[in-house]
Design a protein around this ligand. Structure first.
Ligand code: MG
Length: 458
């Protein structure tokens, strides 16, 4: 079990309230003690607290005799990529992903480019709580050096993994919205290398995220949508604060949910390798299953979280994995989210088929989705979730799979249900999908009733 230091992915907390520099220092000491020797690469996103936290982590790691290479402000996927590509023993990313600007955090990456598993995080937490840190002598401390070429090395690899020639010949007009996050230093340059006409909005690094909220969705991407509609651009690309997520917007200004784009890219991957496996989380559309099965592949579902997807992708040797929130994993490159290759592959499809992104995505069916928020006092969340694991699957019909890591996910014959306690508000969130409006309403009503009665009796 992951303890209270680590959340869904790494440590993510409000700076000054739940997180201070001593924690960063001791996290660095914990990682150094965990590794015993070798070299760690440390990078950060654009948050105002980033440099300070990275400095404290660095001090902690160096004090154990482990070396540190500093890679500056880069996207999380670039950090994961160079960790594997340049053979570091671990990677540390100072980021709070898409959380509001007052948050900070640390995400840990293994040498195989996968995020630390809960087993590895538990081991780190044990060291952290024990205070039993390795202390190196003054003449055996780790050495610090710098790496300036991380983004360039990443981009060179991406260009070799797509049909860059085909994309270049089309001179696509692309609007990039990095949301003032670390994609500012990556996506616009990648697009330039692909001979695209690039316009970037919210393109200056700024830890206050002045342009928009860091999570890219329909609500936060108003400027990007307008810009596409006004300029007649071919594609919109938007990222979250640390750029491990990407959301694509059609030439009509429609924001496309990640699971539909995964369906498109899975289809593309399976043209070379039929009978392939595709991995996604419980909250992806059933349309993805249909697309994959039709193309001759097999769909595998995991609990929510990109680490869950990455572990399953490695285990079943899948061609692609991803999450509806905009995570794409291409094991041919690494096991971290790879939004940049996803962008290249979308452009490649547009170039080779001659179709617009909107036309391509129209071929992926779309089913109705319903979301509900139910008030639940924080102290009741745990007992309620525990009760639901037994109660809810019994009340549903056509249950295919029940997943209980980080919430309760139920895969149905033709749809799914996800129930999760909010990490920030006193509410429990319900999301359901089914093939018709009537059936999704019926499923949601049933789930709502069971959740409400569980809260009442908790
Ligand atoms: Mg993120």
């Amino acid at each position: 079990m992951t303890g209270k230091l680590f959340g869904t992915t790494g440590v993510r907390k409000v700076y000054g309230e739940e997180f201070d520099l001593e924690m960063a220092l001791n996290l660095g000491r914990s990682l150094g003690t965990f590794l015993g020797k070798g070299t760690v690469v440390i990078a950060r996103d654009a948050r105002t607290t980033g440099l300070m936290v990275a400095d404290a982590l660095t001090a902690g790691v160096l004090s154990t005799g482990v070396n540190v290479v500093r890679a500056g402000i880069i996207p999380t996927p670039t950090l994961a990529f160079i960790t594997k590509h340049l053979g570091f023993d671990a990677g540390l990313m100072v980021t709070a992903s898409h959380n509001p600007p007052k948050y900070t955090g640390v995400k840990f990456w293994s040498r195989n480019s996968m995020g630390f598993t809960s087993t590895e995080e538990s081991r780190l937490e044990e060291i952290y709580n024990s205070n039993g840190f390795k202390v190196a002598n003054w003449d055996e401390l780790g050495k610090e050096s710098r790496l300036e070429s991380a983004v360039d090395e990443h981009i060179e690899t991406l260009l070799m993994r797509c049909d860059a020639g085909a994309i270049r010949s089309k001179e696509f007009r692309v609007i990039v919205d990095p949301g003032n996050g670390s994609a500012c230093v990556h996506t616009p340059y990648l697009m330039q290398r692909l001979n695209c006409h690039v316009v970037t909005i919210n393109g200056q690094l700024d830890g206050h995220f002045p342009g928009r909220q860091s999570e890219p969705d329909e609500e936060s991407l108003g400027d990007l949508i307008q810009m596409i509609q006004k300029t007649g651009a071919d594609l919109g690309i938007a990222h979250d604060g640390d750029a491990d997520r990407v959301v694509f917007v059609t030439e009509q200004g429609e924001v496309i949910r990640g699971d539909r784009t995964i369906a498109l890219l899975a289809q593309q991957a399976m043209m070379q390798a039929k009978d392939s496996r595709v991995v996604t989380t419980v909250d992806s559309s059933f349309a993805l299953d249909e697309t994959v099965v039709k193309a001759g592949g097999k769909m595998i579902r995991t609990p929510v979280g990109d680490i869950q997807v990455a572990m399953k992708v490695a285990e079943v040797n899948a061609v692609i994995g991803g999450e509806a929130c905009g995570v794409f994993i291409f094991p041919e490159v690494h096991l971290a989210p790879e939004p940049f290759l996803a962008a290249c592959r979308v452009l490649e499809l547009m170039a080779t088929t001659g179709k617009s992104f909107g036309e391509l995505i129209a071929a992926v069916p779309q089913y109705p989705l319903l979301k509900r928020k139910i008030d639940c006092p924080n102290e009741k969340k745990q007992p309620v979730m525990k009760a639901l694991i037994d109660l809810l699957p019994e009340r549903m019909t056509g249950v295919k799979q029940v997943l209980t890591v980080d919430g309760l996910g139920i895969t149905l014959e033709k749809g799914w249900v996800l129930v999760r306690p909010s990490g920030t508000e006193p509410v429990i969130r319900i999301t359901c999908e089914s093939q018709t409006k009537e059936s999704v309403e019926e499923i949601t009503r049933t789930v709502e009733a069971v959740v409400q009665s569980s809260i009442a009796s908790a």
